[in-house]
Every structure is written in structure tokens, then in C-alpha cells.
Design a protein around this ligand. Structure first.
Ligand code: RP5
Length: 172
């Protein structure tokens, strides 16, 4: 297991993306994890441009103390599958919206894993980035009661916001 650094920081979730160009979307996962007070790391690792690093990261993820890996990629999006091949940690895939096919290529490449190596695939783009972080929070909440409380509070907050304002014609 990894040790806390001198500031007490110990990442338990990794947000990996295939390119710097994915950050504009994946910063929403970063922000959501931060909102839940979950120590996490964000890194660019490409399955095809830096394949050895992808294998090394996946292989060492568990021993480094990570509990969940979020992997975002676009186009022929094999990053989540490659990372999942190297770890038994849960891997959550986020398909990036692509220029050519609007993310349908990324979605199919991420979600259509052959039986044996699962990738839990979320929606294309920003909703997927947010939900990957929320799902990661629910997973780590199994072992972190403080996170479980924050997830419950977040759900209650969302519900209360809907109940407090049922009239769609009233501006916020
Ligand atoms: C994928 O190719 C990345 O995840 C990104 O979504 C897409 C385009 O990458 P860049 O050409 O912008 O670096 O590997």
C-alpha cells in the first residue's frame, strides 16, 4: 500500500486520460472528486503513444494504494481496456466526444469489451466524467465512511433542490 506523503495526501482514485486534449472534459471528474474530499491523481497516459507506461501504471496501481481507476479516451478508445487488462481494480471508462463521430466511436470502443476483462463504461463526455467520479466515490465509500456520508449528503441535496423548486417557469 502506498504511504501518505508529508501533507497526508494519498491518492485512492486515479483519473487517467489519453491526451491533454481530454482535460477540458475530465476536469469535471477532478472537480467532483475534490468536492467529495477524495485524494486522487490526474495523469495523461496514452495506450498507443506511451504503451509501456500504460502497462506499468496498470500493473502497479493496486500496490500504490489506488482503489479505483477512471480512464478516459476518444476515438479508437482502448485506454480503459488496456488498464483493466493490467489490474483487477475497478476501471471506469469515460468515452470522449470525438470530432469524427461525436463520441460514438469512443463509446463503442470503451463499452464493447469482450467477456473476461470488464470496463464499467459511463456516458460520453462531461456527464460521463461527472458520473465516473460519483461512481468512484460510491465504490471507495465501501471502505471510507466519511466519503459515504458525503455521497448521502450530495444525494439529499440534489433531491431537496428538485423538491424546493417544482415550478419550471420560475427562474433560478
Ligand atoms: C485519444 O485520442 C485521446 O484520448 C483523445 O481523446 C484523442 C485525440 O487525442 P489528441 O490527438 O488530441 O492528442 O488517444
Amino acid at each position: 500500500m502506498s504511504k501518505k506523503d508529508k501533507n497526508g495526501f494519498k491518492p485512492i482514485v486515479a483519473v487517467i486520460m489519453g491526451s491533454q486534449s481530454d482535460w477540458e472534459t475530465m476536469r469535471h471528474a477532478d472537480e467532483t472528486l475534490a468536492k467529495f474530499g477524495i485524494d486522487h491523481e490526474c495523469r495523461v497516459i496514452s495506450a498507443h503513444r506511451s504503451p509501456s507506461l500504460a502497462a506499468e501504471f496498470g500493473s502497479s496501481a493496486e500496490s500504490r494504494g489506488l482503489e479505483v481507476v477512471i480512464a478516459a479516451a476518444g476515438g479508437a478508445a482502448h485506454l480503459a481496456g488496456v488498464l483493466a487488462a493490467h489490474t483487477t481494480l475497478p476501471v471506469l471508462g469515460v468515452p470522449m466526444r470525438s470530432e469524427a463521430l461525436n463520441g460514438l466511436d469512443s463509446l463503442l470502443a470503451t463499452v464493447q469489451m469482450p467477456g473476461g476483462i470488464p470496463v464499467g463504461t459511463l456516458a460520453i463526455g462531461k456527464p460521463g466524467a461527472i458520473n465516473a467520479a460519483l461512481l468512484a466515490a460510491s465504490i471507495v465509500a465501501l471502505n471510507h465512511p466519511d466519503v459515504r456520508e458525503r455521497v448521502r449528503a450530495f444525494r439529499a441535496e440534489q433531491t431537496n433542490a428538485v423538491l424546493a423548486q417544482p415550478d419550471p417557469a420560475i427562474a433560478e
